[in-house]
Ligand binder design. Structure first.
Ligand code: ACO
Length: 353
């Protein structure tokens, strides 16, 4: 038994926010954003009407339709996001409810490995299928970054990069004779870099971690004090994401390349065999760097960050679904998915589509 991607789907909100729109509210420019990131526009969700889970469910419906199965045939859900509807429970159960799958009481698991979330989620789903536990697993990546970014000049290094959206696949159990299937998954992390790309509050840390860029004093706090959302957190905007952009860039280009090569080496494939590389859409400059370093042609790499910005866990499944929709990927093609991000975490999945 192995697993194959039976169907793909994606959803992006209608509201297009261009760099020119951002120029009106923060001190930035279309030229700065395009030069550094390649991004021209992104989508922002309609507050109060769309959430991380409703977008995830919309992408899931398309993936289920394209897989040619009924929703009731889904027997497990894995949801990757760093921007859930609630602090708890996770967004997986909310997607389950949106899809009407609560009637079947199928399990719903949330994955929290940020930009690498979809890679981790896919690899967990693959193992459940190989172990014979499930037949059709919905694997979703969904993000609503616009729910909480610093849309002032203070937050411009981050807020111009991220966008909202969701992507999903149905991962299905198939026999060994089937040509399509996941060939290799590779997962990595290094917690030394945890605070270099992070949103540290609200949380339990109360200033404990030495490397916390948003360290605030909780000296003298008693066991009865609530440290989750303190006045310091609110006053200093510590609930906004922080990114050491240059460090992220340096590590990303190395780790992306390493983990793609790792997937190729494990399966006896070469870079010439890759029909399509779908890198996590972190930054067009990062993707171009990897392409150049690996010596890949333009038609071997899919980029859509220009239109959607960085959608973290959603970026790979959105790009995959779009590439399939555009017939840039055909059944049997060798597809490499790869991501790097907060944690730091990174990894790759190599598959025959
Ligand atoms: N518009 C205009 N100016 C800006 C903006 C903005 N949106 N953001 C920052 N600046 C200014 C800074 O204030 C600074 O000004 P100063 O020199 O007067 O102090 C100047 O631009 C340079 O700032 P840096 O942060 O040094 O900018 P840098 O050239 O490093 O570019 C960037 C920032 C694009 C984030 C870059 O570091 C990068 O590409 N990093 C990779 C990280 C990344 O892409 N992450 C994506 C998300 S993480 C992931 O998915 C893996």
């Amino acid at each position: 038994m192995k697993s194959k991607i039976a169907g793909t789907g994606y959803y992006v909100p209608e509201e297009v926010v261009t760099n020119f729109d951002l120029e009106k509210i923060i001190d930035t420019s279309d030229a700065w954003i395009q030069e550094r990131t390649g991004i021209k526009e992104r989508r922002f969700a309609k507050k109060g009407e769309e959430t991380t889970s409703t977008m995830g469910a919309a992408a899931a419906r398309m993936a289920i339709h394209n897989a040619g199965i009924e929703t009731e045939e889904v027997d497990f859900i894995i949801m990757a996001t760093l921007s859930p509807d609630y602090y708890f429970p996770g967004a997986g159960v909310l997607v389950q409810r949106e899809l009407g799958l609560q009637k079947k009481e199928v399990g719903a698991l949330d994955i929290r490995t940020q930009c690498t979330g979809f890679i981790y989620a896919l690899s967990v789903a693959d193992q459940f299928i190989r172990g014979g536990m499930y037949k059709n697993i919905l694997v979703i990546g969904s993000e609503m970054h616009s729910m909480g970014m610093d849309m002032t000049t203070r937050g411009r290094g981050i807020s111009v990069i991220f966008g909202d959206g969701a992507g999903a696949v149905v991962l299905q159990a198939v026999g060994d004779e089937e040509k399509s299937g996941i060939l290799s998954s590779n997962l990595h992390a290094n917690g030394d870099f945890a605070e270099e790309l992070a949103m540290v509050s609200p949380g339990s840390h109360a200033g404990y971690h030495e490397k916390n860029p948003a360290k605030y004093g909780a000296e003298g706090a008693s066991v009865y004090d609530s440290v989750f959302i303190t006045p310091e957190v609110v006053e200093n905007g510590l609930y906004f994401p922080y990114m050491n952009g240059q460090l992220v860039f340096k590590n990303a280009v190395i780790k992306f390349t390493q983990t793609i090569n790792e997937a190729l080496a494990k399966t006896g494939k070469t870079k010439e065999d890759i029909d399509m590389l779908i890198p996590h859409q972190a930054n067009l400059r990062i993707s171009q760097f990897i392409q150049k370093r690996m010596g890949l042609r333009d038609d071997q790499v899919w980029n859509n960050i220009q239109r959607y910005g960085n959608t973290t866990a959603a970026s790979i499944p959105i790009a995959l679904a779009e590439a399939v929709q555009n017939e840039a990927i055909q059944r049997g093609d060798l597809v490499c998915l790869s991501a790097f991000g907060s944690g730091f975490t990174w990894g790759s999945v190599l598959l025959n589509y």
